[in-house]
Design a protein around this ligand. Sequence first.
Ligand code: SF4
Ligand code: SF4
Length: 72
Amino acid sequence: MGEMPIIDRDKCNGCGLCVGVCTCGALVLVDNTVQAIEVDECRWCTLCELVCPNGAITCPFEIVIENGQGSA
Ligand code: SF4
Ligand code: SF4
């Protein structure tokens, strides 16, 4: 089971932009608020997070950038 984007429902205004960019159908509008449904097809592209004008989506699987701490 993969991780899914986390939706902050208080920030979502139901504009639907994220639904439009999602390639996997993981995002659905319910009562003017987006919900992420669990699907295997989520490709962790983070487009939904990028496109949201309100910062309502957080992708917990965002690529971690190493800071090089500990290296000379
Ligand atoms: S990360 Fe990409 S595939 Fe997954 S829900 Fe967001 S837009 Fe859809
Ligand atoms: S892009 Fe953001 S504000 Fe618009 S429907 Fe998606 S989560 Fe809600």
